[in-house]
Design a protein around this ligand. Sequence first.
Ligand code: BGC
Length: 762
Amino acid sequence: MKHLAEFTLLVLGIVLSVSTCSVNKNNSRLINEDVIDRKIDSLLTLMTLKEKVGQMNLYNGFWDVTGPVPKGVSSNLKYEHLKKGYVGAMLNVRGVEHVREIQRIAVEESRLGIPLLFGFDVIHGYKTLSPIPLAESASWDLDAIQNSARIAAAEASAAGINWTFAPMIDISRDPRWGRVMEGGGEDVYLGSKIAVARVKGFQGDDLKDRNTIAATAKHFAAYGFAEAGRDYNTANIDNVTLLNTVLPPFKAAVDNDVKTIMNGFNTINGVPVTASKYLQRDILKDGWDFNGFVVSDWASINEIIFWGHAKDKNEAAKIASIAGSDMDMEGYVYIQELTHLVKEGTVSESIVDDAVKRILRVKYELGLFDDPYRYCNEKNEKEIIGKKSHHEAVLDMAKKSIVLLKNDNNLLPLKKEGQKIALIGELAGDKNSALGSWRLASDDNTAVSVLEGMQAYNGNELTYKKGVDVFLGRTTFIHELNINTTDSSGIDEAVELAKSSDVVVMVLGEHGFQSGEARSRTSLQLPGLQQELLEAVYKVNKNIVLVLQNGRPLVLEWAVENIPTILEAWQLGTQSGNAIAQVLYGDYNPSGKLPMTFPRNEGQIPIYYNHVNTGRASSREGNVFWSHYSDKENTPLYPFGHGLSYTKFKYSNLSIVQNSSSTDSKVKVSVDVSNIGDYNGKEVVQLYIRDLVASVTRPVKELKGFELIALQKGETKTITFELTDNELGFFNNNGDFIVEKGDFQIFVGGSSITSLQDQFTL
Ligand code: BGC
């Protein structure tokens, strides 16, 4: 029977392609869409209701479980459903051999032979891993970020995958939340640019190319505002924050043709987002004209029941489908309930048809109807995955992601000869942690360690001591980590080594499995006995370079007060140790800037640079009644946008030119940036604005432009930013985007604490 569908599509395809031969190129995209829509409509007429519902069903494969599987579900059921055409997509099936076999069942054994999508969490690489997304965001290098996603797509597609559950574009201001490692940080402007870069990287110019895959912008919406930073928790945010901070990265992804959106596990203002018609239909599909499909998060349709918003699966299926969740990930809710709900008239068949059309459209766009095995090529799989050029690219990305937080006595860059260097810390010798927690297709212990990276430089005498064991027992994706808090027996040995060394490089921080999904923490201090180790070494040698490895901002007050040099090296992926060594030795001059604020302590959280002013922002003559803590400053340890270089930059000649006749560019801001230090270097020039008086209180600063520039020693460049209505306006509480006349401040510099400022009146 599948031949029936093929025949119908073939005839339709020929008729339409002949009739479109002569059309103007500008219209070709619209005509293509029209062709696809007609093909889909014709296929839809051949489908039974159960087959349509089947397209809305996404099953986990048979390994790499990234979430709970309901009791009593067997692989046999999945095979049965594949054969009947009751499955639209699979996740966690990877590798050409496996993908081909499962695709074969769908295409050759089911009645209509509709090909499957194969989804996978390709978060920061497939096998060759680039830095975790938060680290990449610290590069502020959009081309490099796009290229990193491109490489991830090239490797994943060579392994049979055609759909990634990335990018995660949840803005978050709470480093307790483990998933900040997976996003673009706290800022909406930077986050939106990064969202677009990642979508473009995964999807390329043409989704039909065999090395491109469909992207998923997730988690729609406000998952990053999980209360108290506890994963899967409710999110309560006001409308202005939702519209101005949470949604814009998703809008940017939709405007750049992202094919799918994933909803999430959280509620927002009392409604599970998977059940939210306001978000999924009113805003996303009707408001933004999104024509891809919405996939639920893992069993998030079932979780509507646990939230107490639906009494059973039947009601959850009804609510979620009406709300606009098109595909059910490993929830078994649609496949069990939806056919019946449509037959009894509770859910209109047009809702199912709309969802199925969206899903089929993505399959067409990927070229799966032309060749369902287009991603299944063993030769490509062998040649592309782990290619040398991929290692070079992730190394480049890793170097760009490193942030120099402080370098008081110019301990860095290290001298290349004649030094006794002590390397201390369990993480320095570790080959696993830097791979992060999203590394499902990568082999354990395949990161280059800092020790290995530094051993490539042989002019110094390098000695390594672990100091203390930090991470005990199994470190895996699904297990809780066990941290040593009692055995400090290795500290003495490390102290002895430090005593006789010129410089001590200490690699401390979190394990890759301490951040990520379900990895929230209430304490952001260095885990285990690492602080004790640091202080013990400091007593005997002050020449410490602290290299941090972590998936989120940490609390480091003592270290920042005492340690002269601190390098933020996140979890940098496969080439981690090489990147760190090249930066330590000055073969690469760091240029990263923090995409998230570092708090002084956990009590300041949520802390972010673009907060509002409050009615009592400062103290008058020691008066207690102002907005502050009595035991800690309001200011962060390190602000958003902060990051140093081995060279020094000077900002001067800030100028503002208004253009009242232009409807587009209202204001031009220019500034001179000079490299006045001793090295060639790169700088992220940042522009912030403040709308001083508005109908909705505006933040004290908002990033509205940035440019990453390279400057030779002694060189000066003039950088110009243009401000349009997009940058000057905001959403009010009615959801209207407005630009209000009045006074604006402008700030320009190398961090959110900027050096220059001026003002203009709109
Ligand atoms: C996560 C998603 C992920 C999915 C599939 C969920 O637990 O929240 O982001 O894509 O699992 O692995």
